[in-house]
Design a protein around this ligand. Sequence first.
Ligand SMILES: NC(=O)c1ccc[n+]([C@@H]2O[C@H](COP(=O)([O-])OP(=O)(O)OC[C@H]3O[C@@H](n4cnc5c(N)ncnc54)[C@H](OP(=O)(O)O)[C@@H]3O)[C@@H](O)[C@H]2O)c1
Length: 326
Amino acid sequence: MAKIYNWGILAPGNIAGKFVTELKDLETARVMAVGSRDLPRAAAFAETHGIERSYGSYEALVLDPDIDVIYIASPHVFHAEHTKLCLRHKKAVLCEKAFGMSSLEVADMVETARVEKVFLMEAFMTPHQPSYQEARRIIESGLLGEIRHLHGWFGFNRSPYDVSRRLFNPKLGGGALLDIGLYPLFDALWFMGEPIQTEAFADLTDLGIDQSVTASMLFNGGKTATIFASFFSAVGVGTDIYCEKGALRLRRTSTLDQWLEILLPGEPVKTIHYEQSSCGLKMEAAEVMKCLGENRLESAVMSHQSSLLLSDCLDQIRKIAGINYQ
Ligand SMILES: NC(=O)c1ccc[n+]([C@@H]2O[C@H](COP(=O)([O-])OP(=O)(O)OC[C@H]3O[C@@H](n4cnc5c(N)ncnc54)[C@H](OP(=O)(O)O)[C@@H]3O)[C@@H](O)[C@H]2O)c1
């Protein structure tokens, strides 16, 4: 009989609710407990989602001996602290993006997982999604030749600027780069590796965080990438990959409705549509449980190295663009 993994939810906010809803589709997952800074909030979340146990602190959650794995959904500024709390109590961790506030924090989280010999993965949906896996297969097949340039964007309009919201609050790690800019950045790194040169600009709020950000990167072999992210531009989400013999377009109107277009000169555009019942959260959870079943300490789909490279490039963009979270 397949092992059932008992999940704990740390910080029951917006995305935690979506995660728990998706987890109900996985037969080997049971959400056993939720921990909040506030017991009534944990109890209300538990009631809404039919969760057996609720705790009024994160410390109480990690002390529950029946929990195998914890999903961390606090604001990014607390991810390192909460991840280390879980790992030191021998709980496997799936932690939301942005994994940490800096590459130093991410390196510390990864090192703690290594020392404690406990599984750790960043909850980053992109590499689990079928459209991305197919795009990578097409690129690796050579059908389109080498990549020459990638342009990725992610934007929505959250005006007016309101510092009381997490997205605009520097103390909670607000700003477009860490919230949404990391998606097109990840695409550039996933398809082209590590950049050798980066330029970046940001439209900063009066508190020094980016309400819009753009970066250009140069990779080995003269390949280039540009990314754009914004809380003030309803541009949607997409990535175009320009290759020697054609192009790929990755698109989504929402995280559930995705498609991939393959463009070859002189041929009709080929479109592959993906209508999913998941924005990727349950795919991430399934990958965690697969790895735990194989006694692995990290995932090959979203490896520690991927998280380290991503955080290192985020650091560079932040520094060059003058973004300041404190
Ligand atoms: N993968 C995705 O698609 C996706 C989508 C959205 C967000 N995220 C990520 O998930 C994380 C949470 O985002 P969210 O939109 O769910 O945020 P949210 O609705 O504001 O929830 C965050 C939760 O963190 C807890 N928390 C702990 N300390 C806090 C503090 N000082 N201020 C505010 N909340 C605090 C709160 O729960 P208690 O106080 O009850 O413990 C709160 O409910 C972020 O890192 C974000 O980037 C990922």
